[in-house]
Structures are given as structure tokens and as C-alpha cells.
Design a binder for this molecule. Structure first.
Ligand code: NDP
Length: 277
């Protein structure tokens, strides 16, 4: 019998995960099935029950998407360091009835930027917009990439400040509000990790943060040129990208963790890419 995996979320109709993992399995010759589960929103403990039923039916692992990443974190018996800092789990592995929680969002994002887009972060000035789950997941992998400076800007400054305090990594990591960005000059990499683009909004970021030789990265994907990417393009930024590569790379990390074999991602990213124009 094939090993069985799933993605759980709600709503989940939009998910690309079955397509991505199906292509990975085909390419690596792995025998597995991958299904979509619409998780229950209420009562709160019903999520864990759904996961337990999947385990009882022989399930080996799950991807977790909104709004269940915190509940997946809460039910995990073991958690990686990056999942712990994120306070969120986006992939689970089931082993002898135990639930092991991981968070591959940040490592997938860094891999897309550094490997696929050829923009190493070491020694660079990097700006992260937002301080939600995606930024929490990204922080350890970003710090491991050794930027000269990493600034986190958020509307609610306290959220960004508390993240910086948790890491206590010295002067290279700082938090600020959007108004302070006006006087900070251009960054080599600006990452929009807010959810503003999901509703067609623009975070209040000044155009002066962009450098024509730098990169602007939008975590949302499949939306074409978002207001953030348009602002960057209008500022003359040559390198603009959306989060489709991150989506595929975090999936590849989970696949490698589950199956012990790393799939190729380029063809899958190309297949899912929506042109940015
Ligand atoms: P959260 O809900 O956890 O956090 C949202 C963040 O966006 C908060 O910091 C919030 O600021 C900020 N924000 C929301 N609206 C605005 C606005 N109009 N102006 C400025 N800031 C705003 O979301 P996530 O961190 O989970 O997700 C963020 C984005 O990343 C989403 O677009 C999501 O789709 C994308 N994503 C993409 C992935 C991929 O694989 N490509 C994976 C995971 C996420 P405040 O705290 O001040 O309210």
C-alpha cells in the first residue's frame, strides 16, 4: 500500500499542494498518495481529532496551512527550533504515534531567494515587512544567512520588537515602525511578508527603501503585480519576485524530510508561475 500524506486547511479549495507533491513523487519515483483535508473550524479540539484519525488510518505526514498552524504547533509532541520560534507548524511527520512538528516556510523562502534568484543575503541590508507568522518562521533562517543588517518593520511595533527581543542577536537585528523607514536609505532586499496584498492593499512603505540594483520579494503568490511589487518596479527595481518559489521550496523541504530524497523544484515553479505584469 502507498504511504499516505495530506494537506489540511480551511478553506483549502485553492491549494496547490497535491499538484506539487504529485509532481515531486513522479519525478523521484516515490510511491505515495496525497489528499486534501478541509479541517474543522469548530470546536477548537476538532482539528487534533481530524489529524489523529488520519494517523489511525495509516497517514505518514501532513502539510498544514491557514488557519491551523498554531493548532498543529499545540498538538505536536516534538518541535524543531524554528517551529518553536515561529510558534507555528507547517509540516508534520507521524512516527510511532508521535507527532513531530516542523516549520519550513522560512527555509523555503531563503532557498528561493538565495538559490533560485541568486541573491545571497550575506553582508546585505535586508528589510522584512510584517511581524506575523510568516516573519516568525523566517527569522532563524534569515539570521543564519548572515545579512549585515536585518530590519523588521510592522504597523504594531510591539510585535516586531518582541520578536527581536526573543532572538537577542545584537545590533544586526532591529525593529521599527514604517515612519522610521523614511530615514533608513535603500535596502538590498525588501520582503513583503504582510498579508496586505491578499486584499489588494499596500503596506505604508516609502519608496526610498528600494534600490534599483536590489530585489523586492512578495510572499503572496498567483496575484500578478501586487501594489507592493508595482511600487518596487516604479522605483526602478529590476529584481521582483512573488512567493511561488517559496511555496514550492517549503514543499520540497517537507518532501525531503518525509521521503529522504530531494525533488527538483525548477520545473514545478515554472509550471505554477503567474506572470508579474
Ligand atoms: P499573519 O496574519 O500572521 O500576519 C499578517 C501581517 O501583515 C501582520 O504583521 C500585519 O501587521 C501585517 N499587515 C496586514 N495588513 C497590513 C497592511 N494593510 N499594512 C501593513 N501591514 C499589514 O499572516 P502570515 O504571516 O501568515 O502571512 C503573511 C503573508 O505571507 C500572506 O500574504 C500569506 O499569504 C503569505 N504566505 C506565503 C507563503 C508562501 O509559501 N508563499 C507561506 C506563508 C505565508 P499588524 O501586526 O500590524 O497587524
Amino acid at each position: 500500500m502507498s504511504d499516505s500524506y495530506a494537506v489540511i486547511g480551511n478553506p483549502i479549495g485553492h491549494t496547490k499542494s497535491p499538484l506539487i507533491h504529485g509532481l515531486f513523487a513522479q519525478e523521484t519515483g516515490q510511491d505515495l498518495t496525497y489528499v486534501v483535508i478541509e479541517g474543522p473550524l469548530e470546536p477548537a479540539q476538532a482539528f487534533a481529532g481530524t489529524v489523529r484519525n488520519f494517523i489511525a488510518a495509516g497517514g505518514k505526514g501532513m502539510n498544514v496551512t491557514a488557519p491551523f498552524k498554531l493548532q498543529a504547533f499545540a498538538m505536536a509532541d516534538e518541535r524543531s527550533e524554528r517551529a518553536t520560534l515561529a510558534g507555528a507548524v507547517n509540516a508534520m511527520k507521524f512516527h510511532h504515534g508521535r507527532v513531530i512538528g516542523e516549520n519550513f516556510d522560512g527555509v523555503g523562502l531563503v532557498r528561493d531567494i538565495e538559490v533560485n534568484l541568486h541573491q545571497p543575503m550575506a553582508g546585505k541590508r535586508v528589510l522584512l515587512l510584517g511581524a506575523g507568522g510568516a516573519v516568525r518562521g523566517a527569522l532563524l533562517p534569515f539570521m543564519a544567512a548572515r545579512p549585515a543588517q536585518l530590519v523588521i518593520a510592522n504597523r504594531h511595533l510591539d510585535k516586531a520588537t518582541s520578536l527581536v527581543e526573543q532572538l537577542a542577536s545584537g545590533d544586526s537585528l532591529t525593529a521599527c515602525g514604517y515612519a522610521e523607514l523614511e530615514s533608513m536609505g535603500p535596502f538590498d532586499l525588501v520582503v513583503n511578508a504582510t498579508s496586505a496584498s491578499l486584499t489588494g492593499q499596500l503596506p505604508p512603505v516609502p519608496q526610498s527603501v528600494f534600490s534599483p540594483h536590489g530585489t523586492a520579494y512578495e510572499l503572496a503568490y498567483g496575484k500578478g503585480l501586487t501594489p507592493f511589487l508595482r511600487l518596487a518596479r516604479d522605483a526602478g527595481v529590476q529584481g521582483i519576485a512573488d512567493g511561488v518559489g517559496m511555496l514550492v521550496e517549503q514543499a520540497a523541504e517537507a518532501f525531503t524530510w518525509w521521503r529522504g530524497v530531494r525533488p527538483e523544484t525548477r520545473a514545478v515553479i515554472d509550471r505554477l508561475t503567474v506572470p508579474l505584469n
